[in-house]
Design a protein around this ligand. Sequence first.
Ligand code: C5P
Length: 213
Amino acid sequence: MIIAVDGPAASGKGTLAAGLARHYGLPHLDTGLLYRAVGWAVRDLGDGPEFEARAIVAARALDAGHLKDIETLTSAEAGVFASRVAVIAEVRLAMRQYQRDFAHQPGGAVLDGRDIGTVVCPDADAKLFIVADSKARMERRARQLEARGQVVDRYALYHQIEERDARDMANPHGGFYQAEDAHLLDTTRLDIEAALRAAVAIVDEAVARKAEL
Ligand code: C5P
């Protein structure tokens, strides 16, 4: 079974995808980490052709070993570099096969990102599109960062999330939109347990419906 979980920054998609993976006993890939790893690898290069060329090389060389420094990769700064490399078509292409191979391993997998239901796994058995309003997303991300001991400027964080969303949605190579057959789940007023219950209900129903066809 392949489960695709897409949505904007800090919508709760990562937590839900991990919860779904536990629930169904499936492996989970946070595809944002791939873009973060590539962005982080070229963070010292300014704009221009070298940035792009080196990002493409980094994307082609990417493997699980590059995804280990979770603390660095999940920082707000790495998120900004991730969205800069995510607009490069060849970077996306290089990482597509990695994601598809992960999805199509025996038994299937849960993948979360922006374009899983639209581009990476259009054939997924269940697709969820997770949303939450911008303030709720900012507050969640702020608490995550504070729990790690970081000092958070909420105003700056809010604008950073909005800016990243705008760039992701305008990405001509991004495929970041709700797939026609994806189920919308708004987590603004849901705690983690309630959101996971809702997500499991959506997946169970999608799988049951597919079995009927
Ligand atoms: O999901 P996360 O916030 O970790 O993603 C970081 C960035 O990576 C996103 O803002 C987006 O630019 C990019 N991304 C993407 N496609 C994905 C996953 C992430 O373009 N499937």
